[in-house]
Design a protein. Structure first.
Length: 195
């Protein structure tokens, strides 16, 4: 059985999602949805997908779509995902899931309640380079890894000036609701050899 995929968002959705679904057995990207008609038409012609919509709310309820892929700005992820799940669709949502922890929790609860297949797109999870770095970090070769929530990336140099020692993450922090910076604490001057 081939699952028919509707993709919301024609930026990342057109560059990564459509080729990814085309490369995977059992999926066929058949419809695109975006808010800007001119861009949507241009991308649809380039991709050879004639079925388009500028109304995501009706798009996610279509009977002829099995999977909805949400590749839009983060602020839209929650509402689109909840509506697609409510319509009985499987959902693939780009990262980060949402802009805050409450929205993320709403999405996770709705996914659990729906019993539909859901996933957050971490496309580099199995990339050999990323796996090698994960092995180094997990093995503590580079020091203890700690996560720092970054509210305003432009402020990081200023914030870092006043920080001593390890930075801890409180129980309310989540990758799903914030960008995170991994700070590797290593001993200055210590040699690390990888064989």
């Amino acid at each position: 059985m081939t699952l028919r995929v509707g993709i919301i968002g024609v930026g990342w959705g057109s560059h990564v999602q459509v080729p990814g679904f085309r490369a995977a057995d059992g999926f066929e990207p058949v419809a695109l949805c975006a808010r800007t008609p001119e861009r949507l038409e241009r991308v649809a012609v380039k991709l050879g997908i004639s079925d388009t919509s500028t109304d995501w709310e009706s798009f996610v309820t279509r009977d002829d779509l099995d999977v909805i892929s949400v590749a839009t700005p983060t602020v839209m992820h929650r509402d689109m995902t909840l509506a697609a799940l409510d319509a009985g669709k499987a959902v693939l949502c780009e990262k980060p899931l949402a802009g805050d922890l409450d929205a993320t929790r709403d999405m996770v609860r709705a996914a659990d309640k729906s019993s539909r297949p859901t996933a957050c797109c971490f496309e580099n999870r199995w990339n050999p380079d990323w796996l090698a770095v994960a092995a180094l970090v997990g093995g503590l070769l580079l020091g203890k890894a700690t996560f720092t929530p970054a509210v305003d990336v432009a402020m990081l140099p200023t914030m870092a000036d006043g920080i001593d020692g390890d930075i801890k993450v409180d129980e309310n922090s989540s990758y799903a609701c914030s960008n995170a910076t991994v700070q590797l604490n290593t001993t200055v001057g210590q040699d690390h050899h990888v064989s």
